[in-house]
Design a protein around this ligand. Structure first.
Ligand SMILES: [Fe+2]
Length: 262
């Protein structure tokens, strides 16, 4: 069996007005530029990890569906703190080939999509509610013999950036405690931090380590503590999920044109 090619796209922050700027960036334009590069990889699936609309507007979700559906593969999604979760669910939940907040198969692998949005969060922090943690444990207990990737919006590991680390998934310790009980979990991916991050953690002695991956936004970037090439450019993450439980991954940056509409 060949590898399953999954591409993570995150924090698209689309606005209802496709000509509108977000802190000097046009999120619609940069998403289009990213999608052109994504399509060249002919992914088997695309994973959207939240903050899909900046202000949760229906027109932004319509634009998202129209744009991402052109890739022509299954789309997996979960919400971020900027999303209107009910609106997102209503608009993309019924779309053919769009799958949100559930367990799905990615070739030999399984993907578990979590909702880490905390209603009435003060500054964008997240939380995994009891029903999410219960569901995660049940899904992991029911299928131990397949490599598993867990996805959520908020970061469960520190980034080293003070202001970003004030808005993680607050009960990350609960998430990590569950993951430590299931050796099949190999990868955790998240959005929210708007920059590239890779960290390997050994949660259980004798088990395989778990790789934690953060991803650049398709629009605005946050500068990480350690300089990396092209840090200001939008990007996405490629994940190659192999049947032998191994995986490879890297981030691709996208040279975009800044379009001025005014
Ligand atoms: Fe974001």
């Amino acid at each position: 069996m060949t590898a399953f090619t999954l591409i993570q796209i995150t924090d698209t922050h689309l606005l209802a007005d496709p000509t509108a700027q977000l802190l000097g960036c046009n999120p619609w334009q940069t998403l289009q530029d990213c999608l052109r590069q994504v399509a060249l990889h002919q992914p088997d699936g695309v994973l959207l990890t939240g903050d899909l609309a900046d202000q949760g507007e229906p027109a932004a979700y319509d634009a998202l569906v129209a744009a991402v559906s052109t890739i022509g593969c299954p789309i997996y999604w979960l919400p971020g703190n900027h999303d209107d979760v009910a609106q997102l669910q209503a608009q993309v939940g019924a779309q053919p080939q769009w799958y949100g907040l559930q367990a799905v198969d990615l070739g030999a692998w399984r993907l578990l999509l979590l909702n880490s949005v905390l209603p009435q969060a003060k500054w964008g922090e997240g939380y995994l509610a009891a029903d999410q943690l219960y569901w995660l444990r049940q899904e992991l207990a029911n299928c131990r013999d397949r490599p598993t990737l867990v996805a959520l919006h908020h970061h469960p590991v520190p980034t080293g950036i003070d202001w970003v680390d004030q808005m993680p998934v607050q009960n990350a310790v609960d998430l990590l405690a569950i993951l430590a009980d299931f050796a099949q979990v190999r990868v955790v991916v998240f959005g929210h931090i708007h920059h590239e991050l890779e960290e390997e953690r050994l949660l259980t002695p004798g088990a395989a380590p778990i790789s934690f991956y953060g991803c650049p936004s398709t629009c605005l970037q946050v500068s990480p503590p350690q300089p990396v090439p092209n840090v200001d450019l939008p990007g996405f993450r490629l994940l190659y999920l192999n049947a032998d439980w191994s995986h490879q991954t890297h981030v691709q940056r996208v040279q975009t044109q800044v379009v001025a509409y005014d």
